[in-house]
Design a protein. Structure first.
Length: 296
């Protein structure tokens, strides 16, 4: 990193924090996962801090950061081998008004799975305009393509989202019997404050991501995480499905306030991702409790 004044770096770090909810909305839809989206956000923020040359040298800081996040999302998709060709056809003459309100409603209501059905450039253009409210020129700057190419991507991406909405294919919970047993046991022990029993299930190299706050690795360090909940009784956990993935819903004062993801390997807890300090994710997440585990 270049020699940058502490004031400039502090201001930029603060701006990154302010942008985090928007970055997550984008990255979650690009990757098809709220958890993977947050991983991409963290990666992008680190890369932005490392590359930051001083705010005076960046014409559009927000577009610059979003371009970094976009490329990080594409890197993840390539690693998954799910990235489609970055191709934009010439725009049609009859493209609808890019600011059409009906298009906005379709996009904001679409599930993460629906976005994953779009090629990457169409997905990016629709998210940036219809979900985040960027202009054609701003989208072109982020994606480094022309304004006509952005219009073409919007036209085709929206058409595909409308088709997906019309087909209305509800996705069932992607939860095996083993997943359900493990999560149910985890939730029951958590609600009973039996944290020693949960600590006994932690893998030696377990990872904790307390999103927006801290990360920890190892049984001893991650084991301390549960003391954050031990002194309070106004929360309650339930097994649920968050955008098609098994999750733990956290009820605070009688409502679903946020959620966590628990990953298992060979019967051991390998990773916990807790969105307690990133509750903005609930603005978009499709969280469905399973009846048998709902708090009374």
């Amino acid at each position: 990193m270049r020699d940058i004044s502490a004031a400039n770096l502090e201001a930029f770090t603060g701006r990154l924090g302010t942008m985090r909810p928007k970055l997550h909305r984008y990255c979650a839809r690009m990757t098809g996962s709220f958890v993977d989206g947050e991983d991409v956000v963290q990666d992008a923020m680190i890369k932005a801090l490392e590359a930051f040359p001083g705010e005076a040298e960046i014409a559009n800081v927000e577009a610059w950061v979003f371009r970094i996040a976009h490329n990080c999302a594409l890197d993840l998709l390539r690693r998954r081998s799910r990235h489609e060709a970055w191709v934009v056809e010439a725009p049609a003459e009859d493209i609808a008004d890019p600011q059409a309100d009906t298009e906005h409603r379709v996009a904001t209501a679409a599930s993460l799975r629906a976005f994953m059905g779009l090629p990457a450039v169409q997905r990016a253009a629709v998210i940036l305009m219809d979900v985040l409210g960027y202009s054609l020129q701003e989208i072109a700057a982020v994606l480094e393509i022309t304004v006509p190419a952005v219009k073409a991507a919007l036209h085709r991406g929206r058409a595909q989202l409308r088709q997906s909405a019309a087909e209305d294919r509800p996705a069932g919970p992607a939860m095996s019997a083993a997943d359900l047993r493990q999560l149910t046991a985890y939730v029951e022990r958590f609600n009973a404050h039996d944290f020693d029993a949960i600590r006994a299930l932690l893998a030696e190299d377990v990872r904790l991501d307390l999103v927006g706050r801290a990360q920890s690795v190892g049984r001893e360090k991650v084991g301390r995480y549960f003391t954050n909940y031990d002194g309070r009784d106004d929360w309650r956990l339930a097994v649920g499905v968050v955008d098609g993935r098994p999750g733990v819903l956290v009820y605070d004062a009688g409502r679903v306030a946020y959620f966590a993801m628990v990953e298992w390997v060979a019967g051991r807890i390998a990773r916990i991702v807790d969105f307690r300090y990133a509750r903005y994710v609930m603005d978009d997440a499709e969280a469905v409790p399973l009846g048998q585990s709902m708090p009374g």
